[in-house]
Design a protein around this ligand. Structure first.
Ligand code: MG
Length: 379
């Protein structure tokens, strides 16, 4: 049995990176493989690890777990909190911790780090600097300055103790602060951290994203009850009836949400917004659609088009189709050209024909964000 576990840090919100893009950097794709999975697979093959644990953003745990056999756990608000959550699951005395932002980990660096197992409480790769360095007005001797990288190998118990004493940006600084020994080994220029979207050039030479499309379909029905008007695709429509529903009953948006979730394989609306949850009582469904589209963009997808068919015998919907397309475009931040809302009756057949309710069928097509075409990449 190995004495070391691997923890991959993939829980960040990529706030600096997302000033340029809607995608989180851990979801940039090499082919169809997201960066976090690429890092976990690559590192897990470089040494014998007893456990492999991936820290994920809470909303993405289930989705990520579907894609790997490794253990995916819920991260915290900071890198350190996420790592502490992961360490709670680690059963080995040592842990190698890697950040997804340093996705190009040379095998030699892993060998250099792992080769010093047991020699210090923390072994970290580091590189020297070529620029002149000034600190608080004082010029430092360049040869004394080191930039500390990851992955770092740490003694779990020492690390947990060290983390108890404050907030740190990495394991080596925490262990050094608590009096533990840190051993620096030669790092690599290739371990540069992908932080801002203009640094996408770091991905040059890697496999570009899969260029195919992903289709999704959704279907929903809501019954009428006595009331004063319907909301469909975010538009209020006068009617002598209302929808019987836990939410605002916007059956068009519900079908659309299911189509979006279906295209990326992320469950269905009932899992995301359970009708047993009081938080969603009477909720404006456009807010739910916004949350879903934000998730979908965050994990690297873009909407090509959405096509909805609303089946209603009454009220007459043709005067509202254009407003519905506009509203869906606004909510999803896509041009109206990419959205189609169609309305049909069912020739007086079935529950729709008997004017007992409305059914909606929705189809969407998505594609992966192509970082090679991004302006920041072509600078
Ligand atoms: Mg519904």
């Amino acid at each position: 049995m190995s004495q070391v576990s691997l923890v991959v840090m993939g829980a960040g919100e990529s706030s600096r990176f997302r000033q340029g893009l809607s995608i989180k950097k851990q979801w940039l794709r090499l082919g169809e493989t997201p960066l976090w999975k690429h890092v976990a697979l690559h590192l897990s093959k470089q040494a014998c690890f007893d456990q492999v644990i991936i820290a994920a953003s809470p909303k993405e745990v289930k989705y990520m777990q579907k894609q790997v056999d490794f253990k995916v756990i819920e991260g915290g608000g900071t890198r350190q909190e996420s790592l502490q959550n992961a360490l709670a699951r680690v059963k080995t005395p040592w842990v190698l911790v890697s950040d997804v932002a340093r996705f190009d980990v040379p095998s030699e660096v892993i060998s250099r780090v792992m080769g010093r197992l047991g020699e210090a409480e923390c072994v970290a790769p580091a590189i020297g600097v070529s620029d002149t360095v000034s600190y608080q007005g004082e010029y430092l001797s360049r040869s004394e300055v080191k930039l500390i990288q990851t992955p770092q190998l740490s003694h779990v118990e020492s690390l947990l103790l060290a983390f108890g004493q404050g907030d740190f940006t990495d394991e080596s600084s925490a262990i050094a602060k608590s009096g533990g020994r840190v051993l620096l080994v030669e790092g690599s220029e290739r371990l540069k951290k992908l932080t801002h979207s203009y640094e996408l050039t770091l991905l040059q030479g890697f496999e570009p994203p899969f260029g195919g499309s992903y289709g999704g379909s959704g279907f929903d029905v809501h019954a009428f009850m006595e009331g004063e008007g319907l909301r469909l695709a975010g538009v209020d429509i006068p009617a002598p009836v209302a929808f019987k529903a836990h939410s605002d009953g916007d059956v068009a948006i519900h079908a659309l949400i299911d189509a979006l979730l279906g295209a990326v394989g992320a469950g269905d609306i009932g899992e995301w917004f359970p009708d047993s949850d009081l938080a969603y009582k009477g909720v404006d469904s456009t807010l739910l659609l916004q949350e879903v589209i934000k998730f979908i963009r965050g994990i690297g997808f873009e909407l090509i088009n959405a096509d909805l068919t609303i089946m209603a015998q009454a009220p007459k919907l043709s005067p509202y189709k254009e407003a519905m397309e506009r509203r869906l475009g606004e909510v999803m931040e896509v041009s109206r050209q990419r959205i189609s809302v169609k309305a049909t009756t069912t020739e007086s057949l079935g529950f729709v024909g008997r004017k007992e309710g409305v059914a909606v069928s929705a189809q969407v097509v998505l594609k992966l964000l192509d970082w090679t075409k991004h302006a920041c990449f072509n600078r």
